[in-house]
Design a protein. Structure first.
Length: 70
């Protein structure tokens, strides 16, 4: 069975549209696969830490995150 993988579209991500510039999807990532160092910065996705649970995908209002099955 293919492993689900989350992909971040950095062109679509606009942290200035998030409340106080803080990415709610990054806050909810329990594995810290999605990390935002500073408010208003685009978060970084560490695919090695990502389990593909897609919690972040459901939270992101900008639809900047998508889940794929490889």
């Amino acid at each position: 069975m293919p492993k689900p993988m989350v992909v971040l579209n950095v062109q679509q991500c606009e942290p200035n549209q998030c409340e106080n510039g803080i990415c709610p999807a990054a806050l909810q990532c329990r594995r810290k696969a999605l990390v935002q160092e500073q408010p208003f910065e685009v978060p970084e996705l560490n695919s090695e830490r990502c389990l593909g649970c897609a919690v972040c995908v459901t939270i992101c209002e900008r639809k900047s995150l998508q889940v794929y099955r490889w």
